[in-house]
Design a protein around this ligand. Structure first.
Ligand code: FE2
Ligand code: FE2
Length: 457
């Protein structure tokens, strides 16, 4: 096990990332270059008193230092991970005796965008650096590879693209243009690819609640939840793509509803509600005008408030035939709505939201779809805040398919209730069955004043 504390290891990565940027911008002796390298050297040197080497690298795109994995990287760490992946560097081994000058040379060569792993290694050898060795993926890469897991950076980037794409469509409509569909279709294709490989990959993102951009985050979250559910049910790629597009654009008709009604904090009057109820048909009409949008997508948008019992709106469409797509959107829409804080509503925590969905199953929502959704989300859905028997507080990051009681969590508060400056990820049970801790209760994030979404992105 590493003796390097997690925070120190993270600091080392931040310094390495910073010094690479520094050498690209300043001469070698400049303080912006020297200071991070001096501090990095001090960290490594103290570790190398007892250890023979320190290993830094990426595993499936996730940075590591010895035994520490950095699954929720900062921007600086993301940049470093991206650089190593780009150069196909799997591991940098730094051994006892490393000098500050060796690290300067490493940073200098890593800063060269086009320099490959071999070129960096050769340059270091030619300069007489023997304390740093870079290795890449060798023979085993040729063996049959398991399905690649997208790393956190790629996933977050896709989310940002989705927000941008939906924003673009809303903006086009507001300026009186027929909206472009390419950006939405492109990001949906990327996300479908990810959900086909692993339906729960994007779930953490769907817990992001940006209250300043509610319309866009709600739209994207519904699209993600709907695609994930569809993928978990094994639907085909084309259907998943249509579900994604329909999810992203399900409330697009709201662009045609008066802002005063949309943003009204209290209960809507009868007339206002009648106006609001027009958004599905207005949305279907907009989609009908867009290029490369299928009739199924328009239908799914039209039907997303009709509901299982056909008691929803628009009234005139209640008896039309609607497929599974609009019902999947309805489940996702409902889940996102009840887990979101709004002026007139306290959000339910994800676990309570699952109970609520189950109450609505059979009447308001399709029972089979709700069951599939519950199975996909697991016993403690992603985004649930939990107390462990160590008295630490953690956020559920990923379900554990083999042990429903032991998801992967991010510990955010220590045993005394203080927020950790660098939250850390723990698998509550590892593959060998060793148990880190058990969940003893679900905690209300409002009581702890915690924005759960912050820890999931
Ligand atoms: Fe809606
Ligand atoms: Fe909605």
């Amino acid at each position: 096990m590493s003796n390097l504390p997690f925070e120190t290891a993270q600091r080392a990565l931040t310094l390495l990332s910073g010094s690479i940027k520094g050498v690209a911008m300043y001469p070698a002796g400049h303080p912006a270059v020297r200071q991070p390298l001096q501090e990095l050297h001090a960290i490594l040197a103290s570790r190398l008193v007892t250890a023979a080497e320190v290993r830094v690298g990426t595993h499936d795109g996730v940075l590591f230092v010895d035994d520490h994995l950095f699954v929720a990287p900062t921007t600086a760490l993301e940049e470093l991970a991206g650089r190593l992946v780009e150069k196909e560097i799997r591991e940098i081994r730094i051994v006892r005796g490393v000098r500050e000058d060796d690290l300067t040379r490493l940073a200098t060569h890593l800063a060269v965008r086009k320099a490959t792993l071999e070129e960096v290694n050769t340059a270091l050898r030619n300069e007489g650096v023997t304390t740093i060795l870079l290795t890449g993926d060798v023979a085993e890469a040729k063996e049959p590879e398991p399905a690649e897991q997208p790393d956190g950076k790629v996933v977050k980037e896709a989310y940002n693209q989705a927000i941008k794409a939906v924003h673009g469509v809303f903006r086009d409509i507001k300026s009186g243009r027929i909206p472009h569909s390419d950006a939405v279709i492109s990001v949906v294709n990327t996300m479908v690819e990810m959900t086909i490989q692993d339906p729960v990959t994007l779930l953490g993102l769907a817990m992001i609640k940006d209250y300043d951009n509610y319309t866009f985050t709600h739209s994207v979250n519904v699209g993600i939840l709907a695609m994930s559910l569809g993928a978990a049910m094994g639907l085909d790629r084309r259907t998943l793509e249509e579900i994604g597009v329909a999810g992203f654009l399900h409330d697009i008709g709201k662009t045609r509803i008066d802002k005063g009604i949309l943003n009204k904090p209290g209960k809507l009057s009868h007339a206002e509600f009648e106006e609001m109820k027009r958004h599905p048909e207005l949305g279907a009409k907009i989609i009908g005008e867009m290029k490369e949008m299928s009739n199924e997508v328009a239908q799914a948008v039209l039907g997303h408030h009709i509901h299982r019992n056909r008691q929803g709106y628009p009234d005139w469409a209640r008896q039309l035939p609607f497929g599974v797509m609009s019902e999947i959107i309805a489940v996702a829409d409902c889940y996102d709505a009840i887990t979101t804080l709004r002026v007139y509503q306290h959000p339910l925590n994800p676990k309570a939201a699952m109970d609520e969905l189950q109450e609505l199953a059979g009447s308001y929502l399709d029972e089979r779809l709700v069951n599939n959704f519950v199975m996909m989300m697991g016993k403690y859905p992603v985004g649930t805040l939990v107390r462990l028997d160590t008295n630490e507080i953690a956020v559920v990051m990923r379900p554990n398919p083999v042990n429903n009681d032991a998801p992967i969590v991010k510990i955010i508060m220590d045993t005394t209730g203080d927020l950790l400056p660098s939250p850390r990820v723990e698998a509550l049970a590892d593959a060998a069955g060793a148990c880190y801790a058990q969940i003893v209760a679900v905690v209300n994030p409002l009581l702890k004043n915690i924005d759960v979404g912050k820890y999931l992105s």
